[in-house]
Structure formats: structure tokens, C-alpha cells
Design a protein around this ligand. Structure first.
Ligand code: IMP
Length: 422
């Protein structure tokens, strides 16, 4: 394994949690590298369901150290709630590490995200978890980090400084109640002791482990098409879910990445606003949504659903350099007579196979479909490619050929065992 990274190949929610859980059994470190509690991973093991927003799901594997690396932003209230819930379920958190450089998502970040999203114009459809404002403060060099939290005076100074800038915006731009710095500092001081046992210099931890050749699994959140630079801006998240983001977020050098797994659903979903060429707003879409239980882990929102967009997937394969593909939720597509896959876009009378990340232009693209025969059988019990109906195999082959990366894993249900290794 050496260093492997698992990246969402679409607009997030590709069931990366399950793929990470499967790959984590061989990992010594499982590392979250970007995003925050906007992410939601569900892992089902022996009938128990575990929900993760910040803590890497690799914590379920006793040999693995789970790491929240410096590229992540962390909401302490959300962290404590998640840690408590996992501990009640019997999960041992002593193998958790949190980077000193992790930026904290503070209540004013959540408030600003909510206030901005409540405006009628320019809404992104964010998760309202304060992610954008946290990364904005990071870029503005007024963010508060885990290292600050652990030093009482420094923490208080940082919070005062940032609120001097943020409170006038809260008050004057949004007409909302400013945040009381003293009350916030008093509430957050005890969190320092919750975080201290886990805090460490993550870049050195991981660089040393990589040099020793220990297997490291880097766990992406969100997906390529939500990347701040390579996604459909402005309808994107504020971090870098792509494979290159894994290096930025952890300190691991790019030449150490050996396996780059792209995880894609057998169809497409999107949450929030933004263009989505293959979206289905009809009964077919409802059917896929219901079969796939396409409701957000973090927000409960119904996901938008559509046919598989191979133009977008090929783009993701090129941006990330996928060495392996995991196709998930293939079982959801059982029962259709025919399945459409988008193989090109039509834009102003021309046909293109290149994804168009510019949101207003993508919104004008019409999908060009190829229709493939479906299959009737339920496939949740299949454990090898040969056990799949021939049309399901042909569907996978079509994806592989178009995208140009080998499918090495197919998921046919939520359970760990409902997996076909190729
Ligand atoms: P934010 O990350 O909360 O700022 O939201 C920005 C965009 O990313 C919105 O369209 C969200 O719906 C989307 N998004 C953020 N996190 C996830 C995720 O884990 N899955 C799917 N979409 C997400």
C-alpha cells in the first residue's frame, strides 16, 4: 500500500467511507486531509452503524492510528459530540491524532455561513457547517488553530482579534447579534483538555511513517467536482478534495502517492446548488433516490440524482490520476430495462468530451447519452464479477473503457461483505 489516497470522483457522497473502511484493514495510519464536519461517512460493521464527520473511519481498525491532518477544519462542538457518540459505541479513541495546524471552525463561522446562506441571491447550498468562513479566515491569516487552543492566552488573543473583524460584519452586513468574545473563550477553554491528548505535529508524524514505508491511507472528503479550484466554482466547497489536496493537507510529498483510488457511484448525485447536466427530476430520479437512500448523512437533505456522467468521471480521473476505480451502489440500478450514461456534452451546437468546470457554461450543456441494457436481478449477494448479470458486467466494462482507469472494487450493498474485489 505505502501511501494510498481515496478520492471522491463526483460531487461527494460516493460511499468513500465504505471503501476507506475496506482499505484501512492494511493501513497503519488513516488520515483525513481536507474539509470538516460538512462530510459524513457511514460505516456498517456486523449490523452496527457508525457515523463519522471528522474522525477518520479507520479508527474502527485496531491496528490503525486515525489522524485529523492540518488541512482539515475542526468544529470542536461537533468533534466532542462525535467522539462521545463513538466512545458510547465502544470505539477506542486512544489511537486518534489531531494536527496542531488544524484550523478551528468557531461558532462565528457557522453563524456567518448560515447568514450568508439565508440571503436569496448567491446561495451555494452549503451544509451551513461554517466551512467556507473557516477557510476564509485561514487565508486571511486570522484563523484560530489547535496550537492556539492549547495555549490559554494565545487562544484568547486570537479570538479577540478575529472577532474585532467578524463582529462588525455580523452586525452591519447581516444585522445579526455579535458574538461575545469572553463567553466564547470561557466555553471553549475546557475543549483544550479534550483535544490535548490527541494533539501532535502531524506532518512529521506522517513524513516519518512514510519514510519507514508504513502503509498510510489518506481519506478524502467531498468530491473532485466540489474542489475549490477544479470543481464547478462557485458551487464548490472551500478545500481541495482532489488527490493533490492530500499532499497539501498532510505534508506527504506527491512522489510518495502510490495508489490513487477514485470512488464513483454507478449513477450521479449532487447536494446543494449548481449545474448538474444528467440530473433526473422525474420518476426515474425518484426511484434511484429511494433505492439508494439518497439523503444526506450530515444535513438529511434529499440529494439530487441523475444518470452516470462519464464526461465528469473522466475529468476526475485525469485531474487526480486515478490508478484504481471503486464503483459503488451498483445494486441501486437493478430493475431498470435500460440505463443511460452521458458520454459527451452538446454546447452551442458542438459536441465535447471535455468536462466544463465553469458553472454557467456547464449549466448550458446538454448531455449526450448512450443507452445500455439494464438487468432485473438483485445483486447484493454477488461476490465475484462472474456472479453479476452479464449486463451489469457490460455496464462496468463500459465505464472502465471510457474513463481509462481499472475498476478494482465494486460495491453492491452497504455491508463490508457486499463487495466484489476485481
Ligand atoms: P460547504 O462545504 O458546506 O461549504 O458546502 C459547499 C458545497 O459542497 C455545497 O453544495 C454542499 O452541499 C457540498 N458539500 C459539502 N460537503 C459535502 C459532502 O460531504 N457531500 C456532498 N456534498 C457536500
Amino acid at each position: 500500500m505505502s501511501v494510498s489516497v481515496v478520492v471522491g470522483a463526483q460531487w461527494g457522497d460516493e460511499a468513500k467511507g465504505k471503501v476507506v473502511d475496506l482499505l484501512a484493514k492494511d493501513a497503519r495510519y488513516v488520515v483525513r486531509y481536507a474539509g470538516g464536519s460538512n462530510a459524513g461517512h457511514t460505516v456498517c460493521v456486523n449490523g452496527a452503524t457508525y457515523k463519522f464527520h471528522l474522525i477518520p473511519s479507520g479508527i474502527l481498525h485496531p491496528q490503525a492510528t486515525a489522524v485529523i491532518a492540518d488541512g482539515v477544519v475542526m468544529d470542536l462542538r461537533a468533534f466532542v459530540a462525535e467522539a462521545d457518540a463513538l466512545q458510547v459505541q465502544g470505539v477506542d479513541l486512544s489511537r486518534l491524532r489531531i494536527g496542531l495546524g488544524v484550523h478551528l471552525t468557531m461558532p462565528y463561522h457557522r453563524l456567518l455561513d448560515e447568514l450568508e446562506e439565508s440571503q436569496l441571491e448567491g446561495r451555494i447550498g452549503t451544509t451551513k457547517r461554517g466551512i467556507g468562513p473557516t477557510y476564509a479566515d485561514k487565508a486571511w491569516r486570522i484563523g484560530v488553530r489547535v496550537a492556539d487552543l492549547l495555549d490559554r492566552d494565545r487562544f484568547a488573543q486570537r479570538v479577540w482579534r478575529v472577532l474585532q473583524r467578524r463582529n462588525p460584519t455580523i452586525q452591519r452586513v447581516y444585522n445579526a447579534t455579535p458574538i461575545n468574545a469572553d463567553a466564547l473563550i470561557a466555553e471553549f477553554e475546557p475543549y483544550a483538555e479534550r483535544v490535548r491528548p490527541y494533539a501532535c505535529d502531524v506532518p512529521h508524524l506522517l513524513m516519518d511513517a512514510a519514510e519507514r514505508g508504513e502503509p498510510i491511507l489518506l481519506e478524502g472528503a467531498q468530491g473532485t467536482l466540489l474542489d475549490l479550484d477544479y470543481g464547478t466554482y462557485p458551487y464548490v466547497t472551500s478545500s481541495h478534495p482532489v488527490a493533490a489536496g492530500a499532499c497539501l493537507g498532510t505534508g506527504i510529498a506527491p512522489n510518495r502517492l502510490r495508489e490513487i483510488w477514485g470512488v464513483a457511484k454507478a449513477y450521479t448525485t449532487r447536494v446543494g446548488e449548481g449545474p448538474f447536466p444528467t440530473e433526473l427530476t422525474d420518476e426515474t430520479g425518484d426511484r434511484i433516490r429511494n433505492r439508494g437512500r439518497e439523503y444526506g448523512t450530515t444535513t438529511g437533505r434529499a440529494r439530487r440524482v441523475g444518470w452516470l456522467d462519464l464526461v465528469a468521471l473522466r475529468y476526475a480521473a485525469r485531474v487526480n490520476g486515478f490508478t484504481a476505480l471503486a464503483v459503488t451502489l451498483l445494486d441501486v440500478l437493478s430493475g431498470f430495462d435500460a440505463l443511460k450514461v452521458c458520454v459527451a456534452y452538446r454546447l452551442d451546437g458542438t459536441i465535447t468530451r471535455d468536462f466544463i468546470a465553469d458553472a454557467p457554461t456547464l449549466a448550458r450543456c446538454e448531455p449526450v447519452y448512450e443507452t445500455l441494457p439494464g438487468w432485473r436481478e438483485e445483486i447484493g449477494d454477488c461476490r465475484t464479477l462472474d456472479e453479476l448479470p452479464p449486463n451489469a458486467r457490460a455496464y462496468l466494462q463500459f465505464i472502465e473503457q471510457y474513463v481509462g482507469a481499472p475498476i478494482r472494487l465494486v460495491s453492491v450493498g452497504a455491508g463490508r461483505e457486499q463487495t466484489i474485489w476485481v
